[in-house]
Design a protein around this ligand. Structure first.
Ligand SMILES: C=C1C[C@]23C[C@@]1(O)CC[C@H]2[C@@]12CCC[C@@](C)(C(=O)O1)[C@H]2[C@@H]3C(=O)O
Ligand SMILES: O=C(O)CCC(=O)C(=O)O
Ligand SMILES: [Fe+2]
Length: 359
């Protein structure tokens, strides 16, 4: 039996130093523990000079006949793109947004009843990456994998549960199908076919994949320019599909441009390449560094669908993408191994599994 995501941190506790949420609404000034300076994050103010405001991640119409190549190109240059005509019903996007809003609106004491434990995977808490930073992030999160029933029971009375669980399950199903489609479109653009990756059948059955949902809330902030919603990170996934409400905050990093804000486009979804897809593509696809900023007047919600392979699957560069004269850039790794490496080494995780070729 492969390790399920629920068991990834069992025996590998992640102790978060500031796991107590303040009541954000009661703070009219930014406390020092939430004030970020370039000392806390060297890329904090990285910006282009002069600003190249017109550059942005592409918005790709999945019905376009050239969608595969457009996606491939976005994965190579940005590691991120937005999609329209993705087939996920608008009511479902509205449903998951409503659920997310209702969850974070609950009193802190209620949310803490479903707090994520040090060895647990699901539940309420601060961002898992908090322990790598001296300052606290202006956000709260809720992680779900599989059925949310056990956690939702701690939050809501019986009569809400079926409706909320149905929304999550339907959302997970739709996202699975979409994620697989996107993976195959991008691989096709590299000339990689099902023959080349036996474990990742394009079959919609998808029992080789698993996923988590990360609900994020970034409350209104008295001094947004000095606060950080979610610090710069890459995702450990193959792909992440993000729904954001109609409030900007997500930014992606490009070496030549600095931080670029991803504008919310109603009804569209943001997709980003994660570390495992970077490995699989032998470094051709960029695992994009991203972060979330906060806002002085509008609270922001996002729902990240984090998608990867079952834990007995070893991910390594597709042989077709490795030149005959060179070794693969990375050694093979399972998602479980990678999540644990990431939990202890954070943004160094990728370089830790890189093959270093002796000269
Ligand atoms: C499957 C996972 C990816 C994730 C860690 C997690 O166990 C569940 C939450 C995910 C998330 C979301 C916010 C950013 C991130 C780096 C984090 O701390 O928790 C990602 C993790 C990841 O992709 O490594
Ligand atoms: O809220 C956002 O825009 C980003 C969320 C994110 O990066 C994550 O959950 O991994
Ligand atoms: Fe992320």
């Amino acid at each position: 039996m492969p390790t399920m995501l629920t068991d990834v941190f069992r025996g590998h506790p992640i102790h978060l130093p500031h796991s107590h949420q303040p009541d954000f609404t009661s703070l009219s000034e930014l406390p020092d523990s939430y004030t970020w300076t370039p000392k806390d994050d060297p890329l904090l103010d990285a910006a282009p000079s002069p600003p190249a405001a017109s550059e942005n991640i592409p918005l790709i119409d999945l019905n376009h006949p050239d969608a595969a190549n457009q996606i491939g190109s976005a994965c190579r240059t940005w590691g991120a793109f937005q999609i329209a005509n993705h087939g996920v019903p608008l009511e479902l996007l509205q449903g998951i947004e409503f659920l997310t809003g209702s969850l974070f609106q609950l009193p802190v004491q209620r949310k803490l009843k479903a707090a994520r434990s040090d060895t647990g995977f699901s539940g309420y808490g601060v961002a898992r990456i908090s322990s790598f930073f001296n300052k606290q992030m202006w956000s709260e999160g809720f992680t779900i994998t599989g059925s949310p029933l056990n956690d939702f029971r701690k939050l809501w009375p019986q009569h809400h549960l079926k409706n909320y669980c149905d929304i999550v399950e339907e959302y997970e199903e739709q996202m699975q199908t979409l994620a697989s489609k996107l993976m195959w479109l991008s691989l096709t653009s590299l000339g990689v076919s099902e023959e080349d990756i036996k474990w990742a059948t394009a079959n919609p059955d998808l029992n080789w994949a698993q996923s988590a949902l990360q609900l994020n809330h970034y409350p209104v902030c008295p001094e947004p320019d000095r606060a950080m919603g979610l610090a710069a990170h890459t995702d450990s996934t193959l792909l992440t599909i993000l729904h954001q409400n109609n409030t900007a905050g997500l930014q992606v990093f490009r070496d030549d441009l600095g931080w670029v804000t991803v504008p919310p486009v109603p009804g569209s979804l943001v997709v980003n390449v994660g570390d495992l897809f970077h490995i699989l593509s032998n470094g051709l696809f960029k695992s994009v560094l991203h972060r979330a900023r906060v806002n002085q007047t509008r609270s922001r919600f996002s729902v990240a669908f984090l998608w990867g392979p079952q834990s007995d699957i070893k991910i390594s560069p597709v042989p077709k993408l490795v030149s005959l004269v060179e070794s693969p850039l990375y050694r093979s790794v399972t998602w479980t191994e990678y999540l644990r490496t990431k939990a202890t080494h954070f943004n160094e995780a990728l370089s830790m599994i890189r093959n270093h070729i002796d000269e």
